[in-house]
Design a binder for this molecule. Structure first.
Ligand code: ATP
Ligand code: MG
Length: 803
């Protein structure tokens, strides 16, 4: 190779070096958190390109999120520049969508198929459960959905399942019917659900060897990050792709007419070289069908595979690592590997027990502010929790304390009803066969078209062999009264107009902004926006803002993808996953679940809600291997931290409108006491000592033995909730820290504040205003309190008055 490798290999330890430079059919890199697995994968790609051992288009790299894919691509481009163009670096789902869009016509779909996210498929399943009257057999939409998903992840289908199911059981028969019907409906709608994206690609490769051979010849190097979380379908996909192409397979480049250099080392007919990296201690998706055996049996599946182990952690200080090692050491059935770091002990882990979740959140907000003053940027701090609903208390306190934050995942923008409606409008244009999308917008805004009318339209379409959408184009034939006829004609006209804008006749070049323009037409001419604007519901105001934001997203997309079509746009939106936020403003703290945190790293990390029933989560109790998977999840959480780790919990937690007493998580006990500096420990807190020892006694008494019980979490029943008496000191504590958030939100919109003003805050006491920044509802007072230190307060809602 002409260009040097030195910068690529600089600073690697010997094992990393081997992982980057090894050449052979199969390479497995197993190592704990932060040991450079992802970095090694990235450099390996760069090294293949730099040495001209591979053409960019011969590389397929799989990451766990789109965001991770973007970062990897950027890193490779930094290392090798333009030579990186044409690589496929993407998630499993994105890669399969690309393949399916090219090949869908082979098996009865069109290129513009819709992707159903889990909400979409839930809606379809709900309808089918109703139609099949399946609830009479105890089948709920949720249970049917998760069973279907599980089966698809194992590459099973309704037919295969029926063959080994007990079909004399009526519930099983109904389930098989539902599954088959669900699949028929998807096909009819020209749609794939998330699991199908993978499963149908595998099917495609198996049923059409020519297609498979094309991709086998194309991809010479396949690299997979986070391999411990692949499920069987993903495993099969990798297997299909790494098989040798048969000798008579067409050469995909033969007719391309492109000048390419001849790859030097990889004979074209050998199977692709496969590199996978993973950490079985970070396997956290078993509940979604991920199979740790994909790692442990790698050597059997790929004979002759080279295995490289990495042990040095480059991310965290030793105190953080020691805590992580101690926790994960409690999982049995694992290979012991001890991570070490040469970064020194670093700061101790900080522990805090709040009286309530708001008190806990206030601790987090205060710590964030003091770290900020110590020079940590907000973007280098992250707050993790086990369940999405825990974010609310944090958000409320952050808003009041003017801590800028963003939520990764959570109540996702794309899950809001109004955005779903807008998307359905777009889908109705892009893929008119998608009956569910067309039905969704039929009466949005209200047009007086109810379920009965919709069913009649569907029946008409069925009888005439046309689609639901086509039936809307012949409103006078449908046999409805003039009002409904007019409403349908109007909807049809709006869809037709948008179609003309977004899908111009072949040959015409669409202008770059057409998706946004088409969307605007759909939202305004359909009357959707007007209906929201006319409403008095303040939530509808927010909905209008969200839709504006969505149109802005479409414009951004057009700017970044001058040739992007409506189908490209819908694909991008459908694949936005938990860890991806389109609005990636720096300068804010990231909030996310521990699942979403996988693979990421931050200078300062807050793991909140470290309580029994949350982590380990209540539902894990009855699952085989459940508590062990929860321990891995906690391990993932704490190993994200570079320098500062905070573990916090609350004594009481309000959930679903009930306040319950929370117990410290068993995982806290697994961390050597000397590593944690408790600011306010479970023991310090009034009444907490009693609760904690009760929890410990229960554990010693074998209450946590995991008897493979009913799954109702009843093994916690051995720890009785405190009776009235023991609740007393608790409520005194609560009085000291009134639950600020459930109090009615105040509105200080008019309060004028200037530097030098003295104010009084209900919790922090008196203080002096140093500065006022921001405007309108976002005005922030920077206050130096006489005893509570410096705070930033959102003036509009802070409980303050001028004195
Ligand atoms: P995880 O298991 O959490 O996904 P990982 O094994 O993929 O972690 P990386 O994210 O690749 O680890 O690396 C962790 C950190 O260590 C990164 O900041 C990376 O830049 C750094 N790093 C990796 N290898 C080295 C090295 N040889 N020298 C210095 N820093 C390194
Ligand atoms: Mg990684």
């Amino acid at each position: 190779s002409e260009q040097g490798h030195d910068d690529l290999l600089a600073g690697l330890n010997p094992q990393q070096l081997e992982a980057v430079t090894y050449r052979g059919p199969a390479l497995l890199i197993v190592a704990g958190a932060g040991s450079g697995k992802t970095s090694v994968l990235t450099r390996r790609i760069a090294s293949l390109l730099r040495a001209r051992e591979a053409w960019p288009s011969q590389i397929l790299a799989i990451t766990f999120t789109n965001k991770a894919a973007g970062e990897m691509r950027e890193r490779v481009e930094q290392l090798v520049g333009d030579a990186a163009r044409g690589m496929w670096i993407s998630t499993f789902h994105s890669a399969c969508v690309r393949i399916l869009r090219r090949e869908a016509e082979q098996f009865g779909f069109t290129k513009s198929f819709t992707i159903y996210d889990s909400g979409d498929s839930r809606a379809l399943i709900k309808r089918l459960v109703k139609e099949h009257e399946a609830d009479a057999y105890g089948l709920t939409p949720a249970s049917v959905q998760s069973r279907i998903s599980k089966l698809k992840n194992e590459l099973s289908d309704a037919e295969a399942y029926a063959r080994q199911a007990n079909m004399s059981d009526p519930a099983e028969r109904i389930f098989v019917e539902l599954f088959a019907d669900y699949q028929r409906q998807l096909q009819k709608a020209n749609a794939f659900d998330f699991d199908d994206l993978i499963g149908q690609t595998v099917y495609l490769f198996r049923a059409f060897p020519d297609v498979a051979n094309t991709y086998r010849r194309r991809f010479r190097h396949i690299l997979v990050d986070e391999y411990q979380d692949t499920n069987h379908a993903q495993y099969a996909l990798i297997h299909e792709l790494t098989r040798p192409a048969s000798a008579d397979a067409p050469d995909p480049y033969a007719s391309s007419g492109m000048m390419i250099f001849e790859p030097e080392t990889t004979p074209a007919l050998e199977g692709a070289s496969l590199t996978v990296v993973g950490d079985s201690d970070q396997s956290i998706y078993a509940f979604r069908g991920a199979d740790i055996r994909n790692i442990s049996e790698f050597e059997r599946d790929f004979p002759g595979a080279r295995v490289v182990l990495l042990e040095q952690n480059y991310r965290s200080t030793q105190n953080i690592l020691s805590a992580a090692n101690a926790v994960i050491g409690n999982n049995f059935d694992r290979k012991d590997k001890k991570l070490w770091s040469d970064k020194g002990d670093g700061d101790k882990i900080i522990g805090f027990t709040g009286y309530s979740q708001h008190d806990e959140a206030q601790f987090v907000a205060d710590e964030i502010e003091s770290l900020r003053r110590a020079g940590y940027p907000y973007s280098e701090m992250a707050v993790f929790y086990r369940t999405n609903s825990q974010s609310r208390a944090l958000e409320e306190i952050f808003i009041r304390s003017a801590v800028p934050y963003k939520i990764m995942g959570g109540t996702k923008f794309y899950e809001r009803a109004e955005i779903k409606d807008a998307l359905a409008y777009l889908v109705a244009v892009a893929n008119p066969a998608d009956e569910m999308a067309v039905r969704r917008i039929l009466n949005k805004p209200r047009r007086g078209i109810g379920d009965v009318t919709a069913t009649a339209i569907a029946r008409f379409a069925e009888a005439h062999g046309i689609t639901f959408r086509q039936a809307l184009s012949v409103p006078t034939e449908l046999g409805f009264g003039p009002k409904i006829q007019a409403a349908i004609a109007q909807l049809d006209a709006v869809l037709a107009e948008a179609t003309e804008i977004m899908l111009p006749a072949t040959g015409e070049v669409p202008a770059p902004t057409t998706v946004a323009d088409g969307l605007s037409v759909l939202l305004s001419k359909s009357g959707y926006l007007d209906a929201l604007r006319a409403s008095r519901d303040p939530q509808d105001e927010a909905r209008v803002e969200n839709l504006d934001e969505f149109v802005a997203v479409a414009r951004d997309f057009a700017r970044n993808n001058p040739e992007g079509t409506i189908v490209d746009f819908l694909t991008e939106v459908a694949l936005v996953s938990d860890a991806d936020d389109l609005d990636d403003e720096s300068g804010s703290v990231s909030l996310m679940t521990m699942h979403t945190a996988k693979g990421l790293e931050y200078d300062a990390v807050f793991v909140t809600g470290v309580e029994e029933d949350l982590i380990p989560h209540r539902i894990s109790a009855g699952e085989p291997g459940g508590p062990q998977e929860e321990r891995r999840l906690f391990y993932v959480g704490i190993t994200r931290a570079r320098k500062r780790l905070h573990l916090s919990l609350a004594m009481t937690r309000a959930q679903f409108g009930e306040v319950s007493v929370a117990m410290p998580s068993r995982f806290l006990q697994e961390i050597p006491a000397g590593l944690i500096d408790w600011r306010q420990s479970p023991g310090d807190v009034n009444s907490r000592g009693g609760m904690q020892s009760r929890a410990l006694n229960a554990r010693r008494a074998g209450g946590f033995g995991g008897t493979g019980g009913s799954g109702s979490g009843d093994r916690f029943a051995v720890t009785p909730l405190p009776g009235r008496d023991s609740l007393k000191p608790l409520s005194t504590a609560m009085d000291k820290f009134p639950n600020r958030v459930t109090a009615k939100m105040r509105d200080n919109g008019d309060l004028e504040l200037a530097p030098g003003d003295r104010i009084r805050h209900t919790d922090f006491g008196d203080g002096r205003v140093d500065a006022v920044t921001g405007e309108g509802a976002k005005r922030i007072a920077h206050v130096r309190f006489d005893s509570a230190g410096q705070k930033k307060l959102l003036i509009k809602v802070a409980p303050i008055e001028k004195i």
